[in-house]
Write a protein that binds this ligand. Structure first.
Ligand code: TYD
Length: 209
C-alpha cells in the first residue's frame, strides 16, 4: 500500500468537489484504500468552525479568519489525515493550506511570514504530494457558485478580492511546479478527470517503485 496526499484547490465554483468524487471512484475501481475529506471541516471541531467561517451574518477580521481556518486544519491533520497516511491510504482533501495562502494572504493581505509560521505548526509540516489547481476566471466561478444557492460569507466578497485569490493560487503553482498540476477548469469534466488520474497514477507508480 502507498500513501499519497492529494489536495484540490481553486476559486469558487471551479468544480473541485466533482473532481474529488471522480478521483475517489477511480481509486475505488483499482482497489486503492483512500479517504476523502475537506477544509474547513472534516472533524467535529472543523464542522463547527466551518459554520462560523461561512456564516454571512458574521464580520470576521482577516487575522481571526486565518486562525480559525488554521484551527480546523490543525485538528484535521492530527485526527484524520496523518492517521490515514500512516495506514497507507491515499488522502484526497478539498482545500488545504494553499487556500489560506491565496484567500488570507493574497486576498486579505496577511503577511507571508505569519501565514507560514502558523501553517507549519498547524500542519506539522505536512505538505501535499500533489496539488490539483482548478483554475477559473472568478467571475465565471462566482456565477456558477451563485446558481447553487445563497452565497456564503466568502462568496460575498467582491470580484477584486477573488481576482487576487486566483492570482495568488497561480503564483503558488509557479513557485512549486513539481507539486502543482494546474488545469483549466472550463474544460470538460471527463478531460479533467483523465489528466488528474494520470498525475495521480504517476505518483503512485513512483512511490511503489
Ligand atoms: P466551501 O463551501 O468549501 O467552498 P468551495 O466549495 O469553493 O471549496 O467553502 C470554503 C470557503 O472557505 C471558500 O470560499 C474558500 C475559503 N477558504 C479560505 O478562505 N481559507 C482557507 O484556508 C480555506 C481552507 C478555505
Amino acid at each position: 500500500m502507498t500513501s499519497l496526499f492529494v489536495t484540490f484547490e481553486g476559486p469558487e465554483g471551479a468544480g473541485k468537489s466533482t473532481q474529488v468524487g471522480r478521483l475517489a471512484s477511480r481509486l475505488k475501481g483499482v482497489g486503492a484504500a483512500h479517504l476523502v475529506t475537506r477544509e474547513p471541516g472534516g472533524t467535529a471541531l472543523g464542522s463547527r468552525v466551518r459554520e462560523v467561517l461561512l456564516d454571512p451574518a458574521l464580520d470576521i477580521d482577516p487575522l481571526p479568519e486565518f486562525l480559525l481556518y488554521s484551527a480546523s486544519r490543525a485538528q484535521l491533520v492530527r485526527e484524520v489525515i496523518r492517521p490515514a497516511l500512516s495506514r497507507g491510504e491515499v488522502v484526497l482533501c478539498d482545500r488545504y493550506a494553499d487556500s489560506s495562502r491565496a484567500y488570507q494572504g493574497s486576498g486579505r493581505g496577511l503577511e507571508t511570514s505569519l501565514l507560514e509560521t502558523v501553517t507549519r505548526e498547524a500542519t506539522g509540516d505536512l505538505v501535499p504530494d500533489l496539488t490539483v489547481l482548478l483554475d477559473l476566471d472568478p467571475a465565471v466561478g462566482l456565477a456558477r457558485a451563485a446558481s447553487r444557492g445563497q452565497p456564503d460569507r466568502l462568496e460575498r466578497a467582491d470580484l477584486t478580492f477573488h481576482t487576487h485569490v486566483r492570482e495568488g493560487f497561480l503564483a503558488l503553482a509557479a513557485r512549486e511546479p513539481g507539486r502543482f498540476l494546474v488545469l483549466d477548469a472550463t474544460r470538460a469534466p471527463d478531460v479533467l478527470e483523465e489528466d488528474i488520474w494520470a498525475a495521480v497514477g504517476e505518483r503512485l507508480t513512483v512511490q511503489t517503485g
